[in-house]
Design a protein around this ligand. Sequence first.
Ligand code: CA
Length: 277
Amino acid sequence: MRLAFVVTVAIVALVGGMLVGSCDTGDGAVDRGRGMPGQTAARVEPLTVRVVETLPHDPTAFTQGLEMAHGRLYESTGLAGRSTLRAGRPGAPPAQRAELPPPLFAEGITVVGPTLWQLTWQDGIAIERDAGTLAELRRVPYEGEGWGVCHQRHRGRLVTTDGTSRLVFRDTRTLEKRGEVAVTAEGRPVGRLNELECVGDTVYANVWPTDRIVRIDAASGEVTGDIAVPSLLSEGERRHADVLNGIAAVPGTEQFLLTGKWWPRMFRVLFVPRDGR
Ligand SMILES: [Ca+2]
């Protein structure tokens, strides 16, 4: 009995350590999120969404990236052999579409002036495209996994995720790493950061595979808002859909477009306090 108890405690401790460790697979050069002694973690504002409009969305689109620019909605879809880049009016069938040949598995996208970056998951490349025609311009090496990406114009850099709790900053032309920050909520690492959206110095990230979006101060890595997205799909729709995975700020407004992998609908929403005030 005593041996069984000791073994049980050891297993619980090991699994607990693995779970905590899995939140951050950084290389040790980053702040691990516990903060300096005496440092106070930022308060996290509890938020939810208010739906302003419901739009149709292609239920065959395995959404990996969503962004509005040049008056159009750009969407990247994944899976090997089914990956695409689309562009068009929100809620309408895409006016333009580019296919990625297998085995490429597309991930996040972001527009940088007249061009656009499309990441791949584990293919070791990122694709630069003409944002007008969607034509491929070049491929650059990309170390590690590609998940989400957004463009901080005023900082002249890209922000990327790789499934850990890090935001990695990159050069907008070469995609070389320029720095990184560990993302924490009240001092604890927030892992599995996925699709991104840059709004000024704020970065919104959805946490795979949940219906949770975190609002991050990109300078400090601190989460300042925790957006619990309620079930936006009906029970029947959810049976055929995968997770939420698309965030696009609507320029000139405080609204966002949200959708997900194989979601039949897209939602124009506002992020509002969870207590209704
Ligand atoms: Ca986005």
